[in-house]
Design a protein around this ligand. Structure first.
Ligand code: PLP
Length: 496
């Protein structure tokens, strides 16, 4: 299976090359040249496998330049003891037609672990396959969740080093503590004076700093990135839709071949795009419901065909979805337009230069056959958390609540009560402040651990192990530097 770029049809590279490169030189994203199909009989046999075996099977359809042994080693390293349940992505039944696919049982208690536990495994082998013997250096600027998930994924992975920069004034106390206490000999974490933009610009400058690149090459290092446009982050996400469907069949909740809807709280459009790939491969999925918070740029796009990023940016209680440019949407536009790279290039240029673009009506109609979109504000989000806890004794996080709200809205509007699988993307204890507020406890300011303790008392539930363990972990990284010192910091870390 070869990969091409959404903006340059002349490109044809292997999956290892696509993963090692991350993004195409002209700015496009890598996509497989055809979509593998899964037959009914193959789907039935998937149902008899465990998560790791299912992952290996799906990955082998896309990563054809990897051997079965390599894929098996990657998958076993990624989905082992670091997940706190028997299976990495268990299902909870909320109501007879509503199921939650819990994607937060990994080391950082959010769904990014599902991809970031596997990406480092794929990345080191991809770099080797490309004939590169250098050590890979991953630089990340983070506003919170991605940095921690990447640190956990790359911790002590041979052949890799990692530096995470976070804005001193831009992450929550809990997120900061999660990063400062990170273990692993191959990584460093450092605060930057300023906001997320300062950290992000600083990292972007390092990636193209010729003096730094020269020294790195002489020292046997090369840069790579772990952000969510890398194909190696998308392909692991296809697996859990297949696995969730198979689990529903195996437990008798749905019949083999029965169509179900999928609901996804959406930010950068990676998670829901993976569901689209699964559907295109033949998994019996009906509508893909795209749920947004008050940053409802995707809802507007999927309803009107106009994508307009020129709008106020809202800080919400579902911060991982506070985003105005959803990068992975480009891959959907490419596939749904019949692989029209000229049009995609044009729309992306308009987005950059004019802040918006509009797709033709026939393309919108085609996209709407698969997608439906809804959004809600913080008040509605918190109301859902309260209702769901009262009605079903199930505690959900704000991102998952946004998805449940969209599902309610869809059912009211369409009277379509088809069974739905809702992606649950974070542990409620990761957003304990908002969740406590939703349950009616918001009187005083408290420190992070007190909030966790109160939420445990109020709900009778235990916080996940990794969050409890933070209370006893030692701070390893508490340095804060200016943006202008980032280069020196990286050089020193690499011993150059
Ligand atoms: C990143 C994230 C999302 C958004 O996922 P995308 O793939 O970017 O659409 C939703 N919920 C949580 C908790 C996240 O961390």
């Amino acid at each position: 299976m070869q990969y091409t770029s959404t903006r340059d049809p002349r490109q044809s590279i292997s999956s290892a090359q696509a993963i090692a490169a991350g993004i195409s030189p002209e700015g496009g994203l890598y996509v497989p040249q055809e979509l593998p199909k899964v037959s009914r009989r193959e789907l039935e046999s998937l149902c008899t496998m465990n998560y790791q075996q299912r992952a290996q099977w799906i990955l082998s359809k896309y990563l054809t330049d990897f051997t079965q042994q390599e894929l098996e080693a990657c998958v076993n390293a990624a989905y082992g003891d670091q997940f706190d349940d028997e299976t990495p992505a268990p299902i909870s039944c909320l109501a007879p037609n509503t199921y939650l696919l819990e994607l937060w049982h990994g080391p950082t208690c959010a769904f990014k672990d599902m991809a970031l536990q596997l990406l480092p495994q794929l990345l080191v082998r991809s770099v080797q396959k490309c004939g590169n013997s250098e050590e890979t250096v991953i630089l990340v600027a983070t506003s919170g969740d991605t940095g921690k998930a990447a640190l956990e994924g790359f911790q002590d992975v041979p052949g890799t080093r990692m530096v995470v920069f976070y804005p001193r004034d831009g992450v929550s106390p809990m997120q900061k503590l999660q990063m400062q206490t990170q273990e692993g000999d191959n990584l460093r974490v450092c605060a930057i004076e300023g906001n997320f933009d300062d950290a992000q610009t600083g990292v972007k400058e390092l990636f193209v700093d010729s003096g730094l690149l020269e020294k790195m090459e002489m020292g046997g290092f090369c840069f790579s990135s772990a952000n969510s446009i890398n194909w190696g982050r998308l392909v692991p996400q296809i697996v859990y839709y297949f696995s969730g469907y198979c689990d529903l069949v195996s437990s008798g909740e749905i019949a083999p071949g029965e169509t179900i809807h999928v609901v996804v709280p959406t930010g950068n459009f990676g998670n829901i795009l993976a569901a689209y790939f699964a559907k295109s491969m033949g998994l019996p999925l009906g509508k893909l419901l795209c749920a947004s918070n008050e940053n409802d740029v995707l809802t507007e796009f999927l309803r009107t065909g106009t994508y307009n990023r020129v709008r106020p940016f809202h800080l919400t209680c579902s911060p991982s979805m506070d985003i105005l440019v959803s990068s992975n949407l480009e891959r959907l536009l490419y596939l749904a337009s019949g692989r029209d790279s000229k049009k995609v290039t044009h729309w992306m240029r308009d987005l950059r230069e004019k802040g918006q673009y509009t797709i033709p009506e026939d393309l919108l109609a085609r996209i709407q056959q698969d997608f439906w979109a809804g959004s809600c504000n913080d008040r509605q989000t918190l109301a859902v958390i309260g209702e769901v806890f009262q009605t079903y004794s199930y505690l959900c996080d704000p991102h998952t609540a946004v998805a449940l709200h969209a599902l309610q809205e869809y059912r009211q509007e369409t009277k379509d009560f088809t069974k739905a699988l809702v992606a649950s993307t974070a542990s409620p204890f990761k957003f304990a402040d908002s969740v406590l507020k939703a349950l009616g406890h918001s009187e005083q300011m408290r420190d992070g651990f007190e909030t966790i303790r109160i939420l445990q008392d109020v709900t009778g539930l235990a916080a996940p192990g990794p969050i409890q363990a933070l209370a006893h972990k030692q701070v390893r990284f508490n340095q804060c530097i200016r943006k202008s010192q980032m280069k020196e910091y990286v050089l020193k870390m690499l011993g150059l």
